[in-house]
Write a protein that binds this ligand. Sequence first.
Ligand code: FE2
Ligand code: FE2
Length: 147
Amino acid sequence: MLIDKNNLPLVAEDFMNDVHYEDVDIINELHSKAVIFKENTTEENKQELIACYEKWYDHTVKHFKGEEAVMLERRFPPYMMHKGEHDRCLEHMAYVLNSFKSSSDIDALLNYLETDLLNWLLNHIQTMDTVTANFFKTGMSPCSAMH
Ligand SMILES: [Fe+2]
Ligand SMILES: [Fe+2]
């Protein structure tokens, strides 16, 4: 297991926490499939890993769109900043998947999941998602809170 759900930072909106828990389940499944492929490099294991990665990508598109839809609806001022982080994350995810498809370099994929992705996810939840959820809950934007 790569991420322990008990250590996942919570935000003020449960609809966001629920999606983050689903995300963690898929990431843990993906990580275990990556470890299996590293130990047993078969075409079948590679295809299972790719299918799981694609399931994670699709879930992440929905995860981010779900947050962005509420940000737009509630006119969240730093919408573009938050969406920018989402877009860069999706680009990185797609890049790693495409690289793996052609190279089968499992160490690069594992390194991405265990370092870049893990750091990104925890940091994103603790900063952007936390501030955004507080805004949804209280109507206070980080900008108006400073004045
Ligand atoms: Fe999120
Ligand atoms: Fe987010």
